[in-house]
Design a binder for this molecule. Sequence first.
Ligand code: HEC
Ligand code: HEC
Length: 285
Amino acid sequence: MKPWKRIVIITLAGSAAIATISGAIVVYSGIYDVSATRQHTAAVYHLLETSLRRSVEMRTSDTPAPALDDADRIHRGFALFRANCVQCHGAPGIAPKPFALGLTPAPASLLDSVKVWSAAEIHWIIKYGIKMSGMPAWKYRLTDEEIWDVVAFMKVLPAFSPADYRRWAVRQARQPASPTAPIRPHQVVRAGDIKAGKQALQQYLCITCHVIPDVVGADHHVGPSLAGIANRKYIAGVLPNTPANMLRWIRDPTEVDPLTAMPDLDVSDQDARDIAAFLYTLRDD
Ligand code: HEC
Ligand code: HEC
């Protein structure tokens, strides 16, 4: 090997080792302050902002947006925005709820966001959420069409005065049938899908209470471990373990056992089928 090549290789390997060691020191020593009252350091903030931007850009380039200037769509979007978004992001003349003020990173005023992001990018952010921020994924709570409704409303939001917003809110309150319900049963469109089920376990908080093999973060003992659930004779000790009963338990545990500590999580029929498909892969052997 030529001497200059050896120098290049040694320098690169040395720098990589130093970077790894400094990273490990920061993580294991505990010097990085995770409290939400302290802003990230400028470098980490920049890193998070840049990864957010690049990540969203890479994933949305060819999603076509439907027509967003339809008045009905904008009205539906307003109702959905009031039911699901204003609590964190605020609106003209309306502050976010107190809990949202304590989030770091702070939820952006969306008046600015529509200038920075394209409609397709906003749709993606709402649908999939943003990891390591408080921004939830709405994929399991709103349909694609409803998300476009919200995007349509966000597009006109910067032109709203506080008085406009209040007027729309009053008008909406007079129409009790408006589509504000955040949770809708989505239709069953296909047989249970193991991969989709594994993902849904996170979006219905199953992972915060159960140990579930092969699922990152599912290491809690609030409920029983779901390892080997496919081989068990009974579900929760009361229901014979059949696929139909599994769906019943996942969708409505308190109907099966009013005293159970497992809450009703408003799991849609399709998502319950997907979750059950995954749970039946958890065999003891
Ligand atoms: C629990 C609080 C919370 C709720 C509810 C919430 N968001 Fe967010 N949202 C956040 C946080 C935190 C961020 C990340 C910080 C940031 O970039 O604003 C964020 C980011 C965003 C962004 C990217 C903003 C930007 O310019 O970087 C958009 C767009 C957005 N949210 C839209 C919505 C919409 C629409 C809804 C309702 C369907 C909603 N959010 C509901 C907390 C929330
Ligand atoms: C807040 C905690 C909590 C959450 C969230 C939760 N569970 Fe449970 N789960 C429990 C408890 C507690 C039990 C035991 C119930 C009983 O025996 O009454 C249980 C029981 C079960 C059982 C029966 C286990 C057995 O050994 O028979 C299954 C299956 C199950 N949960 C699946 C799920 C799925 C799927 C989700 C997400 C959609 C979920 N759980 C969310 C607490 C939780």
